[in-house]
Design a protein. Structure first.
Length: 269
């Protein structure tokens, strides 16, 4: 009677799953399974409680008269808005020196941070601000995750009733696949939530170097580079000669004998 009871139980589960196909779908080894809402609430009621999920990002570029002053202002804005500096790099181009900073701040402080950084900036060469609504994606991931967890619970119930080793192994195989999908979706949800909770802002600011100063630096640098280049070239040439001294000796000896032979021929003629 136990095998008959087990088969009846499995068929009852699968029959109930097919009826709930209109709510959610999940494929496990080409078998469709849909978990109904066990809480008694409709899907719309469950989604109603999820707040709007928005990813905010910005890119700013502007010119400044004082790099250090601008950096100090940005540092203060980061500290006041409980943010963090992720990357900080600086460099020099012909005619300008620049600094690039990437910052993360809590999303609720995004507007305050942008306003704090913008103080004293006459104009932005680039100011891109984006706000992407990912609420639907978040709801979809959350719904699929719940479905997978309910599917896992049902397989665990079936596993408790299983008797044959082949049945136990097959159910454990299905459970392993389901758990991998659960972990993947939990990771996606965590990543999405981190992007929603913290905004990323990239700031590039630069200072223009005076033209005369740039020419002096440029010509002085070129002259010094040329002197060093000539010295290193001479050193490389001498080292090359030293490294091939055996070949030079062989060539000299061959030239000596060839010349001597030609002289003998001329004397005989």
């Amino acid at each position: 009677m136990k095998p008959v009871f087990f088969i009846s139980f499995v068929l009852l589960i699968l029959f109930g799953c097919n009826k709930a196909e209109s709510l959610n779908e999940a494929t496990v080894d080409q078998v469709k399974f849909v978990a109904p809402n066990l809480s008694g609430d409709s899907e719309s009621d469950a989604n109603f409680n999820i707040s709007q999920k928005i990813i905010k990002e910005a890119t700013l570029r502007f010119e400044t008269d004082d790099l250090e002053k601008s950096f100090t202002q940005i540092q203060k804005a980061v500290s006041d808005n409980k943010g963090n500096i992720l990357n900080d790099s600086e460099g020099k181009d012909y005619g300008s020196v620049y600094r690039n900073i990437k910052v993360k701040v809590p999303s609720q402080n995004f507007d305050n941070f942008i306003n704090a950084v913008s103080k004293g900036v006459s104009y932005f060469e680039r100011k891109d601000i984006s706000a992407v609504d990912v609420t639907e994606q978040y709801i979809d991931l959350n719904s699929r995750l719940k479905t997978k967890k309910k599917l896992e619970e049902r397989y665990l119930q079936i596993l408790q009733k299983a008797v044959k080793i082949s049945e136990i192994l097959e159910i454990e195989k299905q459970l392993s696949a389901i758990r991998e999908e659960i972990e993947a979706k939990e990771g996606q949800l965590k990543y999405l939530q981190s992007r929603v909770s913290e905004s990323t802002i990239t700031i590039e600011f630069y200072k223009t170097i005076a033209e005369k100063e740039g020419i002096k630096i440029s010509y002085g640098s070129k002259i010094w580079t040329a002197v060093k280049s000539g010295f290193f070239s001479l050193s490389d040439f001498l080292i090359s000669l030293i490294s091939i001294w055996p070949f030079i000796i062989i060539i000299c000896v061959l030239a000596y004998f060839i010349r001597k032979r030609f002289k003998r021929k001329k004397q005989q003629s």
